[in-house]
Design a protein around this ligand. Structure first.
Ligand SMILES: O=C(O)[C@@H](CO)OP(=O)(O)O
Ligand SMILES: [Mg+2]
Length: 399
């Protein structure tokens, strides 16, 4: 019923104005799915390979499309993804590009759902998720690789942990973003926005902590539920010759652990992503041992949605949560496997966007389908609200 008739690939624009791969999958029974690959700026060293778009499309047309058309069923996600892996033949999708692979993988899932007449989150397994929805982590202030001359820490994330519904949570994050805009204006601090729509003022990290703390408190008072905040420190980007370099601050590994543990205490942080380098399993484990009962220590560049790297982390208790980015690993099946392994081992999952995004909403469905406790997909901006609004629609439809 869901046999793939045609796979079309094209280059479209992403939110940074770069080209990215879009895939259309059509089935013989008339099912249709369309999806586009996102793209990172602070990419982990161990991620699957994103090829230049024209190369990725040409290679996928040559190697993957003929193996899919007329042969594979869109409703059988494992078969689609195994076919992509076999067509590529490498461990990191360097032959057809993880950008082509993930676009086809996600488009096939939508075509499968379309034939079945089910919303994507249900096709992906969401019928058993219960009534839960992920808490959205909203990037409200940032810099690092996502904006020039802004904070050294890549992302300050609003975390509406007490929100009674996903809709309230989404709206609360947008209000925190707005409140920060007003505070910056009052202070006469000009601020552009970074790649993910977060404010990118030229202020120190210390000032950003005060600003975000004030904003979340103000909005929490207003809305009447608890809002905390968290960080993506993207530490692999700042790790040079054994030291962490954040603006003028240079820290050894021990000093970085002390610094982050101190921040968790001082600001009651709900979440800290990539506080240490992408190879620093032991240092991650030290930090998790110190503050893992108070906050989430999340591995992004550390794990790159890869079950082998996650297993290595589980073995040493490196963290207590994992970021899930389908394009880091190349297929939805691989992302599911990482989610399953994480969940079985008590790790919280955080399904995530990339800094370069499109209107694609697959990650909203993936988060709901897998009962992920968190989703990180910005706070404002069209390519971010595409996912946030989809979450609101799913909640509306599912109730
Ligand atoms: O580091 C991250 O978590 C992501 C998304 O916020 O950024 P990028 O897509 O640039 O890797
Ligand atoms: Mg990250």
């Amino acid at each position: 019923m869901t046999r793939i008739e045609t796979v079309r690939l094209r280059a479209v624009l992403d939110s940074r104005g770069n080209k990215t791969v879009e895939a259309d999958v059509l089935t013989e029974s008339g099912g249709f799915g369309r999806a586009a690959a996102p793209s990172g700026a602070s990419t982990g060293e161990y991620e699957a390979i994103e090829l230049p778009v024209n190369e990725a499309i040409a290679a996928a047309r040559e190697h993957a499309v003929p193996r899919l058309e007329g042969r594979v069923y869109a409703g059988d996600q494992r078969e689609v993804d195994e076919t992509l892996r076999a067509a590529d033949g490498t461990a990191d999708f360097s032959e057809i590009g993880a950008n082509s692979a993930v676009a086809i993988s996600m488009a096939a899932s939508k075509a499968g759902a379309d034939v079945l007449g089910a919303p994507l989150y249900q096709h992906l397994g969401g019928a058993f998720r219960g009534g839960n929805f992920p808490i959205p982590l909203g990037n409200v202030v940032g810099g690092g690789e996502h904006a020039q001359e802004a904070t050294a820490i890549q992302e300050f994330l609003s975390a509406p942990v007490g929100a009674p519904s996903v809709k309230d949570a989404v709206f609360a994050n947008a209000r925190v973003h707005g409140e920060i805009g007003s505070l910056l204006e009052e202070r006469g601090t000009p601020a552009a926005k970074g790649d993910e729509g977060a404010w990118a003022p030229s202020i120190s990290d210390a000032e950003a902590f005060e600003l975000v703390e004030e904003a979340v408190e103000t909005v929490a008072d207003d809305v009447g539920f608890d809002i905390k905040f968290g960080l993506d420190m993207a530490a692999a980007e700042t790790f040079e010759d054994g030291e962490y370099v954040y603006g003028d601050e240079v820290r050894s590994t021990e000093e970085q652990i002390d610094y982050v543990a101190g921040l968790v205490d001082e600001y009651d942080l709900a979440y800290v992503e990539d506080p240490l380098d992408e190879d620093a399993y032991e240092a991650f484990a030290d930090l998790t041992d110190r503050v893992g009962s108070q906050t989430l220590i999340c591995g992004d560049d550390l794990f790159v949605t890869n079950v082998e790297r996650l297993e290595a982390g589980i073995d040493v208790d490196a963290a207590n949560s994992i970021l899930i980015k389908p394009n880091q690993i190349g297929t939805l099946s691989d992302a599911f496997d990482a989610i399953e392994l994480a969940t079985r081992n008590g790790y919280e999952t955080v399904v995530s966007h990339r800094s370069g995004e499109t209107e694609d909403t697959t990650i909203a469905h993936l988060a709901v389908a897998t009962d992920a406790p968190f989703i990180k997909t910005g706070a404002v901006g069209g390519e971010r609200t595409a996912k946030l609004n989809e979450l609101i629609r799913i909640a509306d439809e599912a109730l």
